[in-house]
Design a protein around this ligand. Structure first.
Ligand code: S3P
Length: 432
């Protein structure tokens, strides 16, 4: 089965983005490390998160689904020895954060994942965890991890990765001493915020040219309520469609606006997008707002490389919008895109080129030259949800339909994507 997006009439409507994937993973994992009850509202019920929910259950937490997006995790104040393999599916965030969390307990865990996750680099997490005292029998999945007594670590980040930072901090919760992570460029700070919400003290301060995060080991975590805001990385797709399809006005409500996640929205505004934010408020300790995108004539820009961490998952959909913009959009300093769920630089370059777009690929970036888009291609997604959604959105605004393979993978981060887009008037249909 495949999905085909056809040139669509103006899109209109008000929708809610699914719960934030990063916060949903953390709520389940930290809830399971804590003592007592964590009630989660707005949890993303995507496949990645369901894998993490099964994992924390295997580690001894009680996990109950109370209703749509409403989950209760009862933590035992630590992880117990799981009976079987911890299968994280497609989720890099899930496995890396769980490795960090599990490292501080005297348990032996086999971690595994799907074909994509088995190819992704794990050394970036395993090396610092090894330095703290954990053991691993391989450098990629499947891997057997041995946890136990950990020593605190002073770590200087070489890749701007919130997953690596979070894994070290979660291990640091049970380490002896003060664990410190220095990041030259700030990455999303959801772990720091959530550890505080569970009662831990986490210090964050400017340090030289970067930021230092410090956490004293041995602090107790206590269950709490977590309100999960809408995922800006998912909201990006209906909003992009609003910008790209002539005559459209699309509003997405309750979108998280943590400044470490909003690089795409800044970039779109620099490109001339009619993107407005209303009803700014706080939800679950995060800034949120309602975003409205109206069809806009966009102009290509040079995206500052230092913005990469604040929009690393958004370059595929940015590239799709850039395909319709006037002039060149230059995206550099994004080598990390090559080690996501797929090599996203290569797949976006290939997919856009198949749709008639001029793309220049570089080792650590790519440049898209925009204009009217022909479309009329079937795009190989290598099971990558964001590659699929980006090309489907492009197909709504191209001259000819765009088809993607493996549409089932969209449910890893955005269950209900097709229905939501159809509700806005998008012509997306199943094809053979
Ligand atoms: C995430 C961090 C990012 C991002 C991923 C979610 C997180 O990965 O790509 O989808 O929740 O910490 P890196 O930190 O490895 O860049």
């Amino acid at each position: 089965m495949k999905l085909t997006a056809r040139p669509s009439p103006p899109l209109a409507g008000v929708v809610r983005a699914p719960g934030d994937k990063s916060i949903s993973h953390r709520a389940l994992i930290i809830g399971a490390m804590a003592t007592g009850v964590t009630e989660i509202d707005g949890l993303l019920e995507g496949d990645d998160i369901l894998a993490t929910a099964r994992a924390v259950e295997a580690f001894g937490a009680t996990v109950e689904r109370l209703g749509a997006g409403r989950w209760r995790v009862t933590g035992q104040g630590g992880f117990r020895q799981p009976a079987g393999v911890i299968d994280c599916g497609n989720a890099g965030t899930g496995v890396r954060l769980l490795m960090g969390a599990a490292a501080g307990y005297p348990i032996t865990v086999t971690f595994d994942g799907d074909a994509s996750l088995r190819k992704r680099p794990m050394g970036r997490v395993m090396d610092p965890l090894r330095d703290m005292g954990a053991g691993f029998d391989a450098d990629r999945l499947p891997v057997v991890q041995t946890g136990g007594t950990l020593a605190a670590l002073d770590h200087i980040q070489t890749v701007a990765s919130a997953q690596v930072k979070s894994a070290i901090l979660l291990a640091g919760v049970n380490a002896t001493g003060v664990t410190s992570v220095i990041e030259p460029v700030r990455s999303r700070d959801h772990s720091e915020r959530m550890l505080r919400a569970f009662g831990a003290e986490v210090a964050v301060e400017a340090s030289g040219t970067g930021w230092q995060i410090r956490l004293q080991g041995g602090q107790a975590l206590t269950g709490t309520a977590v309100d999960v805001p809408g995922d800006p990385s998912s909201a990006a797709f209906p909003l992009a469609a609003g910008l790209m399809v002539p005559g459209s006005t699309v509003t997405v409500e309750g979108v998280m606006l943590n400044p470490l996640r909003t690089g795409l929205f800044e970039t779109w505004i620099e490109m001339g997008a009619d993107l407005t934010i209303s009803n700014r408020r706080l939800a679950g300790g995060e800034a949120v707002g309602d975003l409205t995108a109206r069809h806009s004539s966009l102009t290509g820009v040079v995206v500052p490389p230092e913005r990469a961490a604040a929009m690393i998952d958004e370059y595929p959909i940015l590239a799709a919008t850039a395909a319709l913009a006037e002039g060149r959009t230059v995206m550099r300093g994004i080598g990390e895109m090559r080690v996501k769920e797929s090599d996203r630089i290569a797949l976006m370059a290939a997919g856009l080129a198949a749709c008639g777009v001029t793309v220049e690929e570089e080792p650590e970036g790519f440049t898209v030259t925009g204009g009217p888009v022909r479309g009329g291609a079937t795009v190989t997604t290598h099971g990558d949800h964001r590659i699929a959604m980006s090309h489907l959105v492009l197909g709504l605004a191209a001259a000819e339909p765009v088809t993607v393979d493996e549409p089932g993978m969209i449910a890893t981060s955005f269950p209900g994507f097709v229905e939501l887009m159809r509700g806005l008037g998008a012509d997306i249909a199943t094809t053979e």
